[in-house]
Ligand binder design. Structure first.
Ligand code: GSH
Length: 204
């Protein structure tokens, strides 16, 4: 398999899951600074111009964080990355959807790419301020859910990988303080060998 990624992007959540499942894979860096995601070669891999994109050994490509994560878990059932109970599975997907769609898509995207939300540069600070509000409100909800627990849903699951990448953006890149339970979760994640390996291999 080949993971198309950019260092420290949301693809980090998939990268760490590839390490967790122990599947052989190669990394292919997509250079955002050179806008490689919009180049013909990468658009041939993922016409959505986004990472993560996972190319399987038969050449087919899977995109979207949740889809790739679920694929990795279902193809490595022995790693038990999806909770056994129906309630646990629903809660895991609930957390992942909120992180990818709201905390990332509505919150961090405003912080990273304000021009997508307002044409005039004069409005970009307001867009970023709204992004920060969305991120902090989202983090507060996740923090509440994590109270008294090591992992989001029972044992370590795909939801924890999803929680990790925005936590990394906050703690490792933007200096946004993480609330206490989320901070402890972030430390627990960094202590996992798979996470340490993914960070190292991305040069982070
Ligand atoms: N819905 C997608 C979002 C992926 C996404 O936003 N990826 C970002 C990196 S974190 C990206 O590739 N951005 C490049 C761009 O927008 O130009 C997913 O869940 O995988």
């Amino acid at each position: 398999m080949k993971l198309y990624y950019s260092p420290g992007s949301c693809a980090l959540g998939i990268h760490l899951l590839l390490e967790e499942v122990g599947a052989p894979f190669d990394l292919h860096r997509v250079n955002f600074a050179e806008r490689e995601q919009y180049g013909e070669a990468f658009l041939g891999i993922n016409p959505k111009a986004k990472v993560p994109a996972l190319q399987r050994d038969d050449g087919t490509v899977l995109t979207e964080f949740q889809a790739i994560a679920v694929y990795l878990a279902l193809t490595h059932p022995e790693k038990r990355l999806i909770p056994a109970s129906v309630e646990g599975q629903a809660r895991m997907l609930e957390a992942m959807d909120y992180i990818v769609g709201t905390i990332h898509g509505a919150g961090f995207r405003r912080l990273f790419r304000p021009a997508e939300f307002a044409a005039h540069e004069a409005d970009h600070d307001a867009v970023k301020a709204r992004g920060l509000e969305i991120v902090n409100a989202g983090f507060a909800l996740i923090d509440k859910d994590l109270a008294g627990k090591d992992w989001a849903v029972g044992d370590f699951s795909l939801a924890d990988a999803a929680i990790f990448y925005p936590s990394f953006w906050a703690a490792g890149r933007l200096n946004i303080p993480l609330p206490i339970n989320l901070q402890a979760h972030y430390r627990r994640m960094r202590a996992r060998p798979a996470v340490a390996q993914a960070l190292k291999d991305e040069g982070l």
